[in-house]
Design a protein around this ligand. Sequence first.
Ligand code: MN
Length: 295
Amino acid sequence: MKLARFNNGRIGVIRDDTIIDVTGIIGAEPEEWPPVAMNRLIANFADYRGRLETAERSAQGKPLSQVRLLTPVPWPNKVIAYPVNYHEHGVEMNAAYRANNQGFFLKPPSALSGPADPIVLPVNGGRRIDHECELALIVSKEGRDIPREKWREYTFGYSCLIDAVIRGKEERVTRKGFDTFCPVGPWIVTEDEIGEGVSNLQGRLWVNGELKQDANTCDLVLDIPGMIELASSVMTLYPGDIIATGTPAGVGPIRHGDKVRIHFERVGEMTLDVVQGETGKRSIFVEPLPVDAKA
Ligand code: MN
C-alpha cells in the first residue's frame, strides 16, 4: 500500500495515478497541530488496514495531478541519518570512517519538506550545497535495543529522501538543518510491498536530467537491520521516526533554477525545484572560513 498526505493535511491511499481520500476512515483532522495524523495511522495501522484496503479496491480516486502531495510524516519524533554509509561515497569525501563505526546524526524534523516544495537555498556566502540521494525508512512502532533480526517488525515503510547539506566542517546539524533540507516523498510504500528486497533497491538522482547518483542498497556499509539495531541501542524509536540510510557516490552541487529528480525502484520518485531564498543571513556561512576549515 502507498500512503500519502495531501492538500491541507488529508491522508490518502495511492492507486495507480489516483489518490483515494481516507481521512474520514482514520478519523484524521487535516489542519490539526501538531500534524501527527500519519504517526497515529502508523501506530494503529493494524486496526485500519482492512478498511484502507477496501477503500483502495473500491473507492473513487482523484487524479494525482489535481492534488498537492505533502511530506508523508511532517512531525516525526526524530530524523536519524547515517553519514558515509556507502564505501565509494567515503572515498569521494576522503572520509577515514564509515557509518558502521562512526554512528549517526540527527536532522531536525523542521527541515522536512514535500514533493511539491522547492529546496530553498539559504544565503550562505557562496558555499557549496550538495544533494544526497537516500532511501528513507519509516519506523512502525516503539522500540529500544531492537535486535537486528527483528528489523522488519519495526519497519513501516519506505520513501525517497534528499539529505541536502552545506559542505564544510561545521557541526552537521548546522549545515544540514535548514528548512527544506530534508525533502521526503512522494509517499510511503509499506514494508510488505518490498520485504527482503530492500537490500537490493536501485536509487538514482538526476540534476537537470543528468544522472548524478546511481547505486544499489546492496552496497550499504551498515545494512538496514544494523541501522535499526544501532539507532535503537542509543534512543527509543517511535512510530513515524525517519531513518535516512546514507548516500552513495556522486554527490554534487545544486543551484538556483535546478530541477532535482530522485527515484527509488518499487518506491517512487519526485522532482523538486531548487530556488535561492533570502533566509540564513545570520548563519555562520556568510563569514570568512577559518583557515583550517575546508569547504
Ligand atoms: Mn546523508
